[in-house]
Design a protein around this ligand. Structure first.
Ligand code: UTP
Length: 235
């Protein structure tokens, strides 16, 4: 299988329920790429997770501004990326690109590239969309802690239904309806933030949102299997 893909892994997926680093899972994630060695161009974008939020909360309590909080989130997402690179060993490019220009250089080596945040004011989902747009990816996979996009918050409503397919207008409606006032605070950009919606509208990338909790769906997806529990977002 060839192609260009971007995979976003939420930082929360790298930690156990007790907030310990989930070393086994990190290794399992990297192993999926090693086992199914797809040729092509692949970029993994890693989030900050709880550890980023712990730092952001501390910075905010010291009266740090939101942009400063964001820089901590970016740094932590890069540390998480460095950890994935270490687990990948020679299988990935050894450095975390900090800009799109550094990414284009990294891609010349032909290995998987792992990166975190880029600039304040957005989430790593926006980074994943920017990267997908830049490399003209065929697909963007977002691994999160629920099975996809629901008609309402599945963590609050037991009767929330998983949506199998969505177009961009439908996604925008759901995101706008579910956004609270804290949507634009550091550490609080939810699955799709405003920046990511804007990039999506212009770049028309196909996105699959699926659970990365036990990585079973992602493993099936990466092997090219068809029957995946997820939400597919396309035009
Ligand atoms: P994310 O909120 O994207 O991390 O980035 P995450 O772990 O993937 O989130 P979950 O687990 O899916 O919920 C962490 C924080 O880093 C800053 C933001 O404050 C963001 O909330 N950040 C990240 C930026 O400011 N710019 C970026 O380009 C990326």
């Amino acid at each position: 299988m060839k192609g260009k893909s971007v995979i976003k892994i939420g930082g929360s997926l790298l930690f156990t329920k007790d907030n310990e680093l989930d070393k086994e899972k990190i290794q399992k994630f990297c192993q999926i790429f090693k086992n199914v060695n797809r040729s092509g161009t692949h970029v993994i974008v890693c989030g900050g997770g709880r550890i980023a939020r712990v730092y952001i909360d501390a910075v905010r309590s010291f009266h740090g501004n939101e942009a400063l909080c964001d820089t901590f989130g970016i740094d932590l997402s890069r540390i998480n990326s460095k950890l994935l690179i270490t687990s990948f060993q020679d299988f990935s490019y050894p450095l975390v690109p900090k800009t799109i220009e550094e990414l284009s250089l990294a891609l010349l080596f032909g290995k998987i590239v792992v990166m975190g945040g880029l600039q304040p004011g957005q989430s790593t989902t926006s980074v994943a969309l920017e990267v997908a747009e830049f490399i003209q990816a065929d697909e963007l996979v977002i691994l999160t802690d629920v099975e996809g996009i629901y008609d309402k918050d599945p963590k609050k409503f037991g009767d929330a239904k998983l949506i199998k397919t969505l177009n961009y207008a439908g996604l925008q409606e759901i995101v706008l309806n579910s956004s609270g006032d804290n949507q634009a605070a550091a550490g609080e950009y939810r699955i799709f933030d405003a920046v990511s919606l804007q990039i999506l509208k212009r770049s028309k990338i196909k996105i699959s949102v699926m659970s990365g909790k036990d990585l079973k769906e992602f493993e099936k997806y990466w092997k090219g299997e068809k029957d995946i529990t997820c939400t597919v977002i396309s035009d």
